[in-house]
Design a binder for this molecule. Sequence first.
Ligand SMILES: *Cc1c(COP(=O)(O)O)cnc(C)c1O
Length: 371
Amino acid sequence: MQSFNPPIRTLMGPGPSDVHPRVLQAMARPTIGHLDPYFIEMMDQTKQALKYAFKTQNELTMPVSAPGSAGMETCFANLVEPGDKVIVCINGVFGNRMKENVIRFGGEAIVVEDKWGEAITIEKVEQALKENPDTKILAFVHAETSTGAQSDAKALCALADQYGCLNIVDAVTSLAGTELRVDDWGIDAIYSGTQKCMSAPPGLSPISFSKRAIQKLSNRKIPVTSWFLDLNLVMGYWGKGTKRAYHHTAPVNTLYGLHESLVMLMEEGIENSWARHKQQHETLKLSLEAMGIKFLVKERDRLPQLNTVWIPEGADDALVRSTLLNEYNLEIGAGLGDLAGKVWRIGLMGHSARNENVLLATAALKEVLSR
Ligand SMILES: *Cc1c(COP(=O)(O)O)cnc(C)c1O
């Protein structure tokens, strides 16, 4: 057995994306106790900065000590009670997982489906809300990483509110990559991940809950069935003040990484981060289109940070991707589900969204395809 030395890759798939060297350096700093006053100070700063990133004043804003899927599960575990009707929008892989969560926590899932590669159709959701006036929650994915489609989170949250529902929003790929305003849009429960547009490694899931969401949680008739994800307990650890009770051992060094990525996000400015993703997407788009490569998602609904393109005719999906990896140290993503073998997913997320990556990806793809 020897030390593990991974190759240096350029990560342009659906995540994880490139981690900024400053974040890696922060993670190599000495581990301290998770109840050390210095650590608690760092936790407070992290919560504060996450409020900035989410554009919210929500007191309950913190990173769950596990990847995005755990953030998803936190939202459903705490807010869905047995028998609750939840409308779930499905237009890709992650909507399906939301439905699975609703069922496992004893809720009734009403599914509103759209084609993969399309945004959620507002009219269909409104129809479902009309037909199910006893709906408690509307759940949807803001940025579908499996297809590269972006849905209108603002309109969907307004609609949920109009019909007296709470909303749960998957922002794993949208946070820091595209416009997202938790308070202005009236988002009740939101979760994200650190390895997509935050330039940090996987392993943490920032979440935020509104007052209305906390009210539903407080009024539960039965306790949250997951012990680890029960926010009533977690907040004894992440909550206000210096009297913190041990709940679990926070991933100390991973949190140093998130903290540094938030310092960098605040230096750049969140709006500038959204603009950078958009600008890199435009450059990539022009280069790909010049090569005759076409996008899956129609222009209006495209996510800048996840570019799903049709594989050109005659190109061998697996061979192209493995050649890019082996000869250019460049990772791009494969298609999922029905799109497997038909599309590539080229990510421009976080530290990956920069000029040299776009140049490398287009030049390498051009060269490999020309063989
Ligand atoms: C990546 C992703 C997840 C899951 O996050 P993990 O960190 O892999 O658990 C959930 N939803 C969306 C939209 C994602 O892109």
